[in-house]
Design a protein around this ligand. Sequence first.
Ligand code: FES
Length: 204
Amino acid sequence: MADMIQVNTSVYHAQAPRREDFTLQFSDKAITELEDILTHYPNKKAAILPALWIAQREYGGTITSQALGEVAIRLNRSYAEIEGVATYYTMYNVSESPGKNKIEVCTCIVCMAQGGYRLLDLIKKKLGVGPGETTADGLFTIEEVECLNACDRAPIMQIGPEYYGPVTETLFDEIIQKLKASSESTVIQQADEIVKVQISDQSK
Ligand code: FES
């Protein structure tokens, strides 16, 4: 994961940050992907969402202040604009210490009626953490989210690119065991898969 560097970002609310204040860390692969994506949009502003997915993958699963600055520089937007987008959507991680796996639990109307809050209680019992918290071993971050658009599988949770539902205690235990045994970060997997879809979809 990238080193955390403290930057006074308040001076960049109206303009793109200066390159010398940030260490650009995108890999050659990421730069090529961003260049590809930019050819499919009318302007750089329109590419903020896919650029943030690239940043989330490149910065080890989280969008740090450095990552926000890098996206702002590469898209020639202000830091405040990029930060505003990244913090608006729950799918981006802006925590400096996210878990390797983010468990997103839907508690919107259908999932709520089908046990969404019971699922959150179960997670608290099993992992000892609730929404907005990360387990001490750094493996899991819990997030309560709005409708995941899979109401027929309520109560549902999303982990990385995978949807699971209806979630029972048995299924939950199986998923957790599988994730504990894996060396992969589902947060990074999800970002990588979305970037790939962006490139392939737009080149059709
Ligand atoms: S209400 Fe939970 S997926 Fe729609």
